[in-house]
Design a protein around this ligand. Sequence first.
Ligand code: COA
Length: 180
Amino acid sequence: MVARNRLPPWHEEIRLANGRDVLIRPIRPDDAATLRAGFELLKPDEVRQRFLYSMKELSPEAARRLTRPDPRTEFALVVAEPLPPGEALIGGVARAAMITGTRDAEFAILVSHYISGMGLGRHLMRRLVRWARGKKLAQLHGDVLESNHAMLSLVQSLGFRREHGNSPGLVHVVLDLDPK
Ligand SMILES: CC(C)(COP(=O)(O)OP(=O)(O)OC[C@H]1O[C@@H](n2cnc3c(N)ncnc32)[C@H](O)[C@@H]1OP(=O)(O)O)[C@@H](O)C(=O)NCCC(=O)NCCS
């Protein structure tokens, strides 16, 4: 992965190992239609690993909600084609949302199989951690299916610890952000 040029905050142009150019940038309202189109190309397993349940489609309401994060409490980056929003296909989304009344945020991430295995998952998770640290949060955490070895291995390598929560089949992973 090679990053290039100076761009607005949270924007990065990256050339992947297979030569494909992608733009990482904050999600925008005009991504809603392409987000729904990209969802159609996902494997059922990818959807289940991300949402923790099966979904046949991303409804217009869900797409609208996902593409309008509240800048005070939420953050979402997409991996998109380097084209104007609305035209650019989206191959990955990473988001974090603060939990009301806490100094914690919950993350979720999906990098589609078309562009997985090339470092984007690790890169996006690092960006979520940077955002959470910038917000002076105490913890970034998420729920991962017990069977999702790729994600468990990724978060472990980033310093997350595992907590066995109350939901069977799920591992709760936590990164402590408070400086020691
Ligand atoms: C899990 C996921 C985000 C990884 O994204 P990615 O872009 O392929 O990840 P990377 O290429 O950055 O790989 C980072 C690390 O993930 C782990 N990993 C990735 N693919 C793996 C695989 N097939 N098997 C085992 N570990 C794997 C490794 O630890 C890897 O580190 P390494 O490159 O040093 O070996 C992606 O596969 C995905 O979106 N899956 C479906 C949705 C999901 O599982 N979301 C997580 C729950 S919210």
